[in-house]
Design a protein around this ligand. Sequence first.
Ligand SMILES: [Zn+2]
Length: 154
Amino acid sequence: MAIEAHKCNQPGCKGFVVFENADFDLKDIPLDDKYSCYAFNRPHCSECDKEFLVIPHYIVIDVKDKDLGDWEQIDSACITAVERRQKQIKFECETDPRKRIEMYIERCGYTYSVADILQGYKEKMDHGYVSYTMKDCISKLENEIKQILVCEQV
Ligand SMILES: [Zn+2]
């Protein structure tokens, strides 16, 4: 028999949500008719009577020893962070300077073409006016721009 307690999240309430988890059967999770979802229990706060649900849920852990004596729950992340990282990896693996420039422009949401960037670079070298966003592209993509210009001269 195991008693579980969770702190109530009602502002100002110092109560606890307490329930016994001994009877939970993972193979037979009852459907809660009030909320129409699978829930083991519907406990209430000991002080303010706020209702909570105990639901089956998985966590992702880093197993540090094989007997599960030491493990750590890892933080969850939002999917946009995953996508941002995927784009970054793709950019780092890409060796074609034109494709790298295109990826950078897309990532920043600019509307430049590769030709615009090359033109902007030449203008900057001639001490002409370049916009703030063009300056950003040129400073981040200088290696790629130089690679393309060197190829074009051959
Ligand atoms: Zn409460």
